[in-house]
Structure formats: structure tokens, C-alpha cells
Design a protein around this ligand. Sequence first.
Ligand code: ATP
Ligand code: MG
Length: 440
Amino acid sequence: MTPIRAVKGMNDVLPAEIGRWHRVEAEFARTMQLHGFREVRTPYVESTRLFVGAIGEGTDVVEKEMYSFVHHDEPLTLRPEGTASAARAYVEHGVHKNEPVSRWYYVGPMFRGERPARGRYRQFHQVGAELFGDAGPASDAEMIDMIVSFLAAIGVRDSEVFINSLGGAGTRDRYRAALVSHLEPKKDKLSAESLRRLAINPLRILDSKAPADIEAVADAPTILDFLDNDDQAHFDETRRYLDALGTPYKVEPRLVRGLDYYTRTLFEIKAAKAILGAGDTVVGGGRYDNMIEGLGGPKVPAIGFAAGLERLLLASEATPETPVCDVFIAPHDKTGAPAMAAALVLARELRQQRVACEVETRPSSMKSQLRRANALNARLALIIGDAELSENTVTIKDLAGHTQDTVPRDRVVPIVVDRIVASESRAIAVDRGSPAKGNT
Ligand code: ATP
Ligand code: MG
């Protein structure tokens, strides 16, 4: 039989790689919690109508990338992004009635039927956040600064922040008209795709990567020239707060991004092209002040962002390998049975103190047991052999320091806990946001 393979563009993350994922996810959770955000979990499947309405027709996502299907007459879609679902949940649960401002973050898989490439997959993962209930520019600047500190914490170097403002509906209409009159005379030169979009969604042409389109929009007017006074003041203040925070950014007046729901502040963060190639954007976000109302909710402004986890992992400097366990326990006596029982009991005592242990449960030589302890990156190996059993002791071998000492059995747990807590890299350092130190 031909072996069954994973679906193209959908990847396994094997245990050997998961340590890096956990580190990035834990750092994300930590950063979000430090800023008052709490996690939300929404379903992976939603009504197709939600995405078509919120993301907008004439966008790549809705036109070409959604995994949609009909189940018992109900049109459904695997979520291609997180904002529409979060906004739907916010409205559905009437969250605005309980609190004026809500800060939510999420982590999870998204699905888009794109052509797979480096950093571009059909099932990929995003970390993201939404802030509901604050229209002010201080939250725009703080969100951008929060993402920049997260990127620094996970070792993404050379990232660059680009910001723009799309203004409100009035601004967008005026700019749309100006852009169309700029492009009309050049329309023979546009790509077929952009020609079609000229009628339905002309701003998307600014995002086109086709050389003919890039040339046609090169001297087009920019949206920043069309902002009304309130939009302009919002943009200026956002910049002032970013300046006060010392967060570097560049104004990119042609930044429009792929989703239709944005208003006012829009931003994108790119990492080094050398690592990511064409998909060098790691973070995209912006304000969407009209979405909640558009979904039938109250008039509540919002801003959010999403970052691709796979791209963050590609862009972040090699994080150290996480040990699989802190302590490896090697039972070793002539008959096997008493040492094994002693090892199982000791392992359970250590695990109760939050020390990750693996017991060698297969019969094997001391040499191969220590080889395995090293392969697991364990910090300590505990040896229980004939001598230890008869003297009621345990031998502690420091695998990095290449030292060893024998301690009384009734002292071994506190001694091991002390040494493990003192070491920097721990198997269970991923404690969903709470520091690993001192949790004995
Ligand atoms: P791109 O221009 O690269 O297609 P996008 O504008 O479609 O990105 P968003 O919808 O803003 O992306 O999603 C935010 C982030 O999610 C992106 O910056 C990227 O890091 C990640 N992302 C988007 N699509 C994919 C994908 N197919 N595979 C992996 N990561 C993705
Ligand atoms: Mg895309």
C-alpha cells in the first residue's frame, strides 16, 4: 500500500521541534499577560458568511484561499484568520455590557488554500490579539510597542515596523475615487486581476506584486493626502506616542494589506528578507472600528494584529534546545527488580516537586543508560545500583559538570530540587507564563 502522507501545505510538528514552539508561545502569553490581555479560544470552523462579510469580497483570502464546504446545508469555512471569529464572539456574548475595554489574545491554527512555499502553508499558526473598546491612538502605539518587545524577547532581530493610516469611510471613498482616476488612463497596462479589481476593490491594486501594476501605481496619489482632520490627528498622535516610547517605525503610505476591514492605523512588521524571502512580513495588524457594528453589535472600536508562528520561528535566532527531562534515573542492579522499584518511587517523589524525570525502564547497560541521559539533555543522572541499594543512598551524576557524589536516600529529593532549580534551562520551563523558578 502507498503510505498515506500529510495534506500538502499542512505540516507535522514533531516532538524534536516542539520546544522552540513552546518557547515562542510561552513568551507570547507572557508578553500579552503583562499588558493585560487574556486568552480567548474560538472554534476552528465558522459560518462562511462571517468571513465573507468581515474580510470582504475582492480580497485574496475570500476570493481564493478559503477552505469552504457545505455540511447539512450549512455553508462553513475553516477559519483563515482570527479577528472575525473574535469579533463574532465579542458580539455574540455581549461582552461590551460587562466591561468597557476587552483585551484578548489567541494562538492557533489558521487555514488558507495558498501555494505552499517557505513560510507559507495551508495550515499555519497565528498568535494574535484584539483590543475592543478603545478608539484612542495611545492603544495603537502601545500595541505596536508590545509586539516589538515580544519580537525582541524571542530573538527576532532586524525587524522593521511600517505604519500607515487608511482613515475612515469618508477618506477611503475620496481616495478610492482619486486612485481610480489615476489608474483609468493606464488600465490597458494593468494585470488582468488588477483590471477586475479596479471596479470592485481598487485599493488592493496597491498590494499587487505584478510588475505592470507596480509601475502603474508608482506615481499614484497616496491615501495620506486624503485624511480628514480627525484621521490626521489620530495618525499624528499615534506617531507621537511611538516616538515617546522610542519605538522605531517607517511611514509607508502605500501599505494597504489584504483584508478589507481596516480603518485608520494599519501596520506591518517585516523581518530580514535574507531569512524569510518573499514572505518577509511576520506581523500584520490595524484598527477596525466598524467591524463590531457591521456584525450586528454595538458601535465599539477595535484594533488587533496577527503574527505567523512559523515565520516567527524562522526569523527568531536559534533558541536553545529544551531538555526532554531534568533528571534521568538509571536503576542498575544484578536482578533489576529492587532497583527498578526504587527508581519508580524516587521518580514519583521528584515529579511531585515539579522535576521532570525519565526512568530507564528497559534492561540496559549503565553505559547505554548514560548515553540516553545525554541524548535527552538531562541535567542529572541518578544511579541506583547494588551499592546504593545496600547503603540506602543514590549517586548523583552531573552530566554537564562531569562530577558525581553519593547522597543519603532521604536527602536526595531536596538536593536534586536545589540543583535543578539553580540550572537555567529546564524541561518544564514552559509553564504557560509563570516563571519556572521557585515552584517547589
Ligand atoms: P502575505 O502577504 O504574506 O500573504 P497576509 O497579508 O495574507 O500575508 P495576514 O492575513 O495579515 O497575512 O496574516 C498575518 C500574518 O500571518 C502574516 O504576516 C504571516 O506572518 C502569517 N501568514 C499569513 N498567511 C500565511 C500562510 N499561508 N502561511 C504562513 N503564515 C502566514
Ligand atoms: Mg496572504
